[in-house]
Write a new protein. Structure first.
Length: 85
C-alpha cells in the first residue's frame, strides 16, 4: 500500500513535470514522507524475516555485475533480447 502511495506521486507525469514538482516544497515533503513510510515497512520486513538488507543489496549488486558485465553493457540498455549467452 505504501509503495503505491509513493508511486502515485510520479504516475502519469512526464520527466519534465517531475523535475518541476521536485522544485516545490510541498511535493518534496510528500515524497520524503512516502519514502520514509516505505523504508520503515521494508526494514520491518527485513527484521521480521531475518534478512540483512545491507548484505542483500551487496549480494544483488554482485549478481548484477555478473549478469551485466560493464565491458559488454556500457552504453546499452539491457533487455531480454540482447543478453549475452
Amino acid at each position: 500500500y505504501e509503495v503505491g502511495e509513493l508511486l502515485e506521486l510520479f504516475q502519469w507525469k512526464t520527466h519534465e513535470e517531475i523535475e518541476e514538482a521536485l522544485k516545490e516544497d510541498d511535493f518534496r515533503e510528500a515524497l520524503a514522507s512516502e519514502i520514509a513510510d516505505v523504508l520503515v515497512y521494508l526494514l520491518r520486513v527485513a527484521d521480521t524475516t531475518g534478512i540483512d538488507p545491507t548484505k542483500a543489496v551487496v549480494e544483488k549488486m554482485k549478481r548484477n555485475r555478473e549478469k551485466y558485465p560493464i565491458d559488454y553493457w556500457e552504453g546499452k540498455a539491457p533487455s531480454k533480447f540482447n543478453r549475452p549467452e
